[in-house]
Design a protein around this ligand. Sequence first.
Ligand code: UDP
Length: 382
Amino acid sequence: MSQQRYDYLIVGSGLFGAVFAYKAKQAGKQVLVIDKRPHLGGNVACNNIADINVHQYGAHIFHTSNREVWDFVNSFVPFNRYTNSPLANYKGKLFNLPFNMNTFYALWGISRPEEAQAKIEQERKEAGITEARNLEEQAVSLVGKTIYELLIKGYTEKQWGRSCNTLPAFIIKRLPVRFTFDNNYFDDDYQGIPKGGYNKLIDGLLADIETKTDMDFLEKQDYCESIADQIVYTGRIDEFYAYCYGALEYRSLRFETHTLDCANYQGNAVVNYTDRETPYTRIIEHKHFEAGNQPQTVITKEYPLEWEKGAEPFYPINNESNMRIYARYQQLAEHEKNVIFGGRLGEYRYYDMDEVIEKALLAWSRTECHAYGSFISGRRVS
Ligand code: UDP
């Protein structure tokens, strides 16, 4: 029997791969999705423990201001109204995040926005930063030294394993600063968790698509390339090119998950531990993502780790030296005729889920335009 050929072989079944696969399948293409893990869904995959959807690769909270993306994901599974309002625990004292009037009140007993603005302005002035060149300077110029010391420095240095003055400023710009009593972590128009967990989203995207788990592209590269016209690669770009320009750095995580015989452990889905001494950065209590009322609860402690071979690369470290290396890989990628790179690892970008979906939709429409363009020019020639 001859080997089936595919229009697209999609390497990695996370959001980029699954969205691209869905669009290609809808357009009538032959698609195969492979994943080296034993399950589909990449890092959004959930694990059911004690009837609770456990985010097995860390908390995934969907938020977007892109209506098209929001409607797209909701067409597979309705999303609930979960609003992320994490707490920060600094040496036993709790503060609201993101930085807002509740935080300033707990810190300084200040209840009016004007007073909080003046306090932060004074701390900013004392720091004398004119242009923020790194995360530390960016943080101090956004929220002043006190908040930086209590709620940012320890957490960030644990999370990234690097000093704040060597990290890129953009990381801290992910967090809003507000002079209202609003604990919503995100500024986006839409936010929520798929009702019944993320596996429903992945199942919807990959329904009727051929998939193979436990299949490592790089171990079977010749075979994989021989069965498909186009490859969509969502693994690490440096690994794809056999580290020819050197390895890119990533940050990894270790998760310690416990099932507890109590109904409610911490009263919130996310509690960050912002001191330097606590070895984990946060504790996730998964049932609160879906307002669960199961008799037990499942919590996960998240320990940051430096990435090394065999570990999962969760966060790209987008500092200058890594970005220089990445630019060289990107040049190679731009010359590929049959390979599209996408996702956090394929593009070495600290993407949120909605951005990954946007990029996958864009990649698909570009591919389609390109195919249509060659079809038109082919007709002109003939
Ligand atoms: N951050 C912090 N204190 C906190 C939470 C976040 O200093 O309590 C900083 C930290 O540098 C982190 C960045 O903000 O890497 C982005 O946080 P976010 O919650 O967006 O990260 P993610 O959920 O992607 O890990």
